[in-house]
Ligand binder design. Structure first.
Ligand SMILES: Nc1ncnc2c1ncn2[C@@H]1O[C@H](COP(=O)(O)OP(=O)(O)OP(=O)(O)O)[C@@H](O)[C@H]1O
Ligand SMILES: [Mg+2]
Length: 289
């Protein structure tokens, strides 16, 4: 096993090389549409492309990224309040060098924190700036207060929907809400569980059209993930489908999506101070206070 000091040195080295860390909030209107599976497998796709990725499990009460990976986190966000605990003690190891932070119930509790606790927490989270290429926030569904704070703090939101009409209308409600409060947010759409390319495209077109017509908003589609029985197989085995079934249609969908995401990276390039992870933390702090 590698020596802890060596690991810390590597981490500090990565930070010293520092580049702005992109922050993406993954959300949906309706629950159960596949956010957590998307987040995890998309993260692994980015890792495959050489990125350092940290996922933050902010889905309160239903935190289950750890279950999808078959890893049980030893620490969560709230441990940051203990003396001598740093961000590196709560970053858990997932497969292939992917790292994640378990939000636990910490996310609801931070609203009640005094300034000292809040500063301690946010100062530690800031250490991820320049360390990770991308931080993905997996939120709960819909318009709960906690999800909203994450969504409204992020400059990049990925919105997951399925082709079901209820999922589409709930997704539109989220788009409308983001647009009314933060019109400059980049919202990109993922259609998950599409039974064909045609259905995926049809779903994306529907949302794109209404967003254009009623909000005058240009919605971008990042891609489609097919409905694939290997996803639920992998969930039962507690292994990400991207790794256990790399040739499945779902894994191929993710791989294509990752390519599109990386090819368009320059479109949404966070500024060092106001965007990405750093901007996110600053905005989130304002929304809490
Ligand atoms: N592409 C897919 N093909 C087939 N089944 C899928 C696909 N994506 C997700 N599922 C199924 O949907 C279930 C729910 O997925 P997941 O937990 O990722 O949703 P979620 O949006 O994170 O839910 P919640 O809103 O509760 O956090 C999975 O356990 C799986 O069975
Ligand atoms: Mg989830």
């Amino acid at each position: 096993m590698r020596d802890q000091a060596e690991q810390l040195r590597e981490r500090l080295q990565r930070r010293a090389e520092g580049r702005p860390t992109r922050l993406i909030t993954v959300t949906s209107g309706k629950g159960g549409v596949g956010k957590s599976n998307f987040t995890l497998n998309f993260a692994l796709g980015l890792v495959e492309q050489g990125q350092k990725v940290v996922i933050f499990d902010a889905d309160l009460g239903f935190a289950n990224l750890d279950v999808l990976m078959g890893v049980s986190p030893k620490k969560n966000l709230l441990h940051l309040l203990e003396p001598d605990t740093s961000i590196w003690d709560i970053v858990e190891k997932g497969p292939n060098g992917l790292e994640f932070i378990a939000g636990g119930t910490g996310f609801t509790q931070i609203m009640q924190f005094d300034d000292e606790k809040l500063n301690r927490l946010f100062n530690q989270l800031e250490f991820l700036h320049g360390y990770a290429d991308t931080v993905l926030f997996d939120t709960g569904a819909g318009i709960s207060n906690e999800s909203m704070r994450c969504i409204l703090s992020a400059d990049e939101v990925v919105l997951v929907t399925t082709p079901e009409p209820t999922s589409i209308t709930d997704a539109y409600a989220v788009i409308k809400m983001i647009h009314s409060k933060n019109p400059q947010t980049s919202i990109r759409l993922i259609v998950n569980r599409a039974s064909s390319v045609r259905e995926g495209k049809f779903t994306a077109d529907k949302l794109t059209l209404v967003a254009k017509r009623f909000l005058n908003l240009e919605l971008t589609t990042l891609g489609f993930v097919p409905d694939d029985s290997y996803v639920s197989k992998a969930v039962k085995q507690q292994k990400p489908f991207f790794l256990s079934y790399p040739n499945s249609l779902a894994a191929k969908g993710i791989r294509d999506l990752v390519k599109t995401y990386i090819a368009n990276a320059a479109e949404v390039s966070p500024s060092q101070e106001t965007g990405g992870l750093r901007g996110f933390l600053a905005k989130m702090k304002q929304l809490i206070r």
